[in-house]
Ligand binder design. Structure first.
Ligand code: G3P
Length: 467
């Protein structure tokens, strides 16, 4: 059991009331303070007061803080991974990979910032020398999701801090315990008070005070569409980077390499039990190869290990009961309407065995709604055009994949797809972290990524010398 505190203006706050955080496996993983609106306001005021001085530090001082932070992430990677095993049921190996990926991300953010923070432009004919600086926006609110509680937090925090912004950070309910380690590290590194604030709390106490505070200059949020839209409705003049989910498609043409395609679908659809916004959530497969592909997929799925995260299983408990119930509602709706499960339908608590559904049709909810679980529905199509048309009917547009040996055809189809990234012969994924990560429609707003987050969290400022 990990009992954590919030961290505001360089002080640890125990809070009068603490709330339990339950592991997806059912036991209490820890507690966190239920902060109130006044605490949240104090966090933003502290961030505001600290900002000018933080931005006035030399670039080297800020860079050194961030590099020391990256080193600490590496040092504490095992500890953080163990917390994640308990708190979000991510297997130890995946959790540790996440932390290591994140320390690299911080170093890449630093390198990119050093590349872009100042640009010299000369206009000899106009007798002007211009320096374009990148200045901080002010206070950044960072809100991360449960599935990458370290990587998707630091992907927001690192670009904000290195460029001279101050931060108020809130993790998802599950993800808060491991998120507190970030505050511990900044405290240990003696980051000036108020520069990084870590808040905790339940929606009913904090309400909208988190994202309506007048001190916020930018919001970087990854999470559900409902909350994302609510944030956006209240964002006023704050810059927003929102990443809100997806319903990624894998289109399989008749000429696809079926072994490769099957492995990518299994990896893309079932990693971390399907709890990734870039997971393959629908497969549109050409009739000619459907049965051959399905038998390869089912063969691999039946070999996936299922059970506790601590035992490094591939399929682990989904995050909570309402998520598990929702996943099963969609599966049952599909089966009631004629879909055929090719794997055993089995659920124990929040543990759902991987499900491959054949004969899924567009009238089924699972063809459209984003479930965060280990379920991949297969929809048969008889043309590329139909596959693209159905893919684009989604309210989401994060990523998608096309599997084929005809790369020219795939590129032609790719340009017709309404998504932020199209993968040819590979499953959807956000990484490498240097890539721009964005979606269209309900998948989000603006771009996350090392260079792109740095650009969005800063403004340009020109000094023009007229000679
Ligand atoms: O679900 C969040 C999303 O950012 C997934 O990232 O690295 O699993 O593709 P990744």
């Amino acid at each position: 059991m990990k009992k954590i505190k919030a961290y505001i203006n360089g002080k640890w706050i125990a809070g009068d009331i603490n709330y339990p955080i339950y592991s997806p496996e059912g036991h209490e993983a820890g507690t966190a303070p239920a902060l109130n609106k006044e605490d949240i306001d104090l966090a933003f005021e502290s961030a505001r007061s600290a900002q000018r001085e933080w931005e006035a530090k030399t670039i080297d001082e800020r860079v050194q803080f961030m590099l020391a932070f990256a080193d600490k992430l590496d040092e504490r990677a095992d500890e953080m991974a163990h917390i994640m095993v308990d708190e979000i049921a991510k297997s130890f190996n995946d959790a540790k990979t996440e932390v290591v990926r994140t320390s690299k991300l911080v170093r890449d953010v630093v390198a990119e910032y050093l590349r872009i923070y100042q640009e010299e432009v000369t206009f000899p004919k106009l007798n002007k020398d211009v320096t374009i600086f990148r200045k901080a926006l002010g206070v950044v609110l960072a809100i991360s999701p449960f599935n990458y509680p370290i990587n998707l937090s630091v992907a927001k925090i690192a670009p904000a801090l290195v460029s001279g912004n101050t931060v108020v950070f809130k993790g998802a309910t599950n993800g808060t315990l491991v998120g507190s380690v970030l505050a511990e590290i900044f405290d240990e590194l003696k980051l000036p008070k108020g520069v990084f604030n870590f808040v905790t709390g339940r929606g009913r106490e904090i309400g909208s005070s988190l994202y309506t505070n007048k001190n916020i200059n930018a919001i970087s949020f990854t999470g559900g569409e409902r909350v994302g839209k609510e944030i956006s409705d209240h964002a006023s003049m704050a810059i927003q980077i929102l990443e809100l989910g997806g319903k990624d498609v894998g289109i399989v043409r008749a000429d696809a390499d079926l072994d490769l395609t099957a492995s990518q679908i299994v990896k893309g659809g079932f990693s971390y039990s399907g709890q990734r916004c870039t997971a393959i959530k629908r497969v549109f497969v050409h009739s000619e190869v459907k049965n051959a592909l399905l038998s390869k997929v089912v063969h691999q799925v039946n070999r996936l290990t299922v059970g506790k995260a601590a035992d490094n299983n591939f399929i682990t408990h989904v995050i909570n009961k309402s998520s598990a119930d929702y996943i099963m509602d969609l599966v049952n709706d599909a089966i009631d309407k004629g879909a055929k499960p090719l794997t055993e339908i089995k659920r124990e608590g929040n543990l759902i065995w991987p499900i491959v559904l054949d004969k899924v049709t567009p009238d089924m909810r699972i063809a459209w709604e984003e479930q965060f679980g280990p379920v991949v529905p297969f929809i048969e199509v008889d043309s590329d055009d139909l596959a693209v048309e159905l893919a684009n009917k989604s309210d989401y547009g994060l990523q998608s994949s096309i599997f084929t040996k005809d790369i020219d055809k795939a590129v032609e189809m790719a340009h017709k797809m309404e998504v932020g990234s199209l993968n040819i012969n590979g499953s959807s994924q956000r990484g490498p972290d240097t890539l721009p990560f964005t979606g269209v429609k309900n998948s989000g707003l603006n771009i996350q990524g090392i260079k792109y987050s740095l650009e969005t969290m800063t403004r340009t400022f020109n000094i023009v010398v007229n000679k």
